[in-house]
Design a protein around this ligand. Structure first.
Ligand SMILES: Cc1cc2nc3c(=O)[nH]c(=O)nc-3n(C[C@H](O)[C@H](O)[C@H](O)COP(=O)(O)O)c2cc1C
Length: 139
């Protein structure tokens, strides 16, 4: 099993509707390709973890890298893993723009400064400490 985590910047602001369509499509595709993970959105930045068979993860990453809805894609961390962090979520989604200022300030993905080796720990910790955020869409 393999994972990768990248960060990127939104090209043009995506409406909540377009974002939800992107997530819906991703969930369908990922389910079919046995991929799981999380997509976090905040202040025009994305951070995503994709996990699954190495070939499938790399194939998706190539597609995602050439997607013109975002740019400045920066690989933060990748490697082999024994178990998935998101075994039951084909793509968890968290739009931090919809959450309280306290949470937003704590989780500034824009400022998630190149502690690249820590990206995996960060995502795992985000998941366990903010589980309820993943089940709310905001307004
Ligand atoms: C920030 C971001 C994250 C994405 N994540 C995924 C994903 O997890 N799975 C996926 O299939 N497509 C994802 N996409 C979309 C892909 O770039 C691509 O448009 C899509 O896989 C094409 O699917 P289709 O061939 O079924 O139309 C993402 C796009 C962006 C901008």
């Amino acid at each position: 099993m393999y994972y990768l985590i990248y960060r990127s910047k939104e090209a043009n602001q995506l409406s909540p509707y377009k974002l939800s369509k992107l997530v819906e499509k991703s969930r369908n595709n990922n389910y079919l390709n046995e991929l799981t993970g999380i997509l976090i959105h905040q202040h025009g930045s994305f951070m995503q973890m994709i996990e699954g068979k190495r070939g499938a993860v790399e194939k998706l990453y190539q597609l995602v890298e050439s997607d013109n809805r975002h740019h400045s894609i920066e690989l933060l961390s990748d490697g082999e893993i024994d178990t998935r962090t998101f075994p039951h979520l084909s793509m968890a989604f968290c739009n931090l723009d919809f959450h309280s200022r306290a949470i937003q300030e704590k989780e500034l993905i824009k400022n998630f400064d190149s502690q690249k080796k820590d990206a995996h720990d960060y995502i795992c910790n985000f998941y366990t400490s903010h589980l309820p955020l993943l089940f709310s869409w905001g307004p």
